[in-house]
Ligand binder design. Structure first.
Ligand SMILES: C[S@@+](CC[C@H](N)C(=O)[O-])C[C@H]1O[C@@H](n2cnc3c(N)ncnc32)[C@H](O)[C@@H]1O
Length: 194
């Protein structure tokens, strides 16, 4: 990771901490990915040579920066989806500041609808960081779109275990998936399609 990307991530994390501290409503917070979870995603994406990365929940782009930097390292590309156009516009500017704009396509779209329109096995790494209770209604697309050797990651597995449990149960019912939880950040639910 070069110094520009590192500094952009640090600045965004500091701005997010200041912003979120002043918000009473959870939905008004930026809720950016924790840095150690970002580093985990970055490492994982490169480990599996994730060239087609889909993230649902751009917000201001913290996870996008980690994923885009990993995608650049392996010649890949990130599709980042959010229903909040204003938040995503800010993420777009931040990603450009980091020099990663050629590695990200931003799209204002509902994550579930977007997944439903994707072909089978098209995605190397799927990162879910939107409204957790919605994930089960997107089934089977989060699983269907994963290529063999592809990985699904969902944030907040340890901070909101009761909200993540329905997704984990669905993942565990698939015999081709190996499912575990990694204790970084707010907890990352990880499923590998064998
Ligand atoms: C926790 S924040 C994402 C944080 C971001 N990944 C980061 O690291 O900075 C959740 C985001 O999911 C978006 N979102 C909620 N429901 C969605 C949906 N159905 N499809 C796409 N995005 C959604 C929200 O607008 C919000 O920006």
């Amino acid at each position: 990771m070069d110094a520009t990307v590192r500094k952009t991530i640090e600045d965004l994390n500091e701005a997010a901490a200041r912003h979120d501290a002043a918000q009473h409503d959870r939905l008004d917070r930026w809720r950016v990915l924790e840095p150690d979870a970002g580093r985990f995603l970055w490492f994982l994406a490169q480990s599996i040579t994730a060239r087609i990365v889909v993230e649902i929940g751009t917000s201001r782009g913290a996870s996008t920066l980690w994923l885009a930097d990993a995608a650049r390292a392996v010649g890949g590309h990130v599709l980042s989806l959010d229903i909040d156009a204003e938040a995503q516009a800010q993420a777009r500017r931040t990603v450009a500041e980091a020099g990663l704009e050629d590695h990200v396509e931003f799209r204002v779209a509902d994550g579930g609808a977007a997944l439903a329109s994707m072909p089978d096995g098209a995605v190397d790494l799927l990162f879910l960081d939107a409204e957790r209770p919605e994930y089960p209604s997107w089934w089977p697309h989060p699983y269907r779109v994963l290529r063999q050797g592809g990985v699904l990651v969902a944030d907040n597995a340890l901070s909101h275990p009761e909200e993540i449990a329905p997704l984990r149960d669905l993942l565990r019912q698939e015999s081709r998936l190996t499912v575990t939880t990694i204790n970084v950040g707010k907890g990352e639910l990880v499923a590998l399609r064998r």
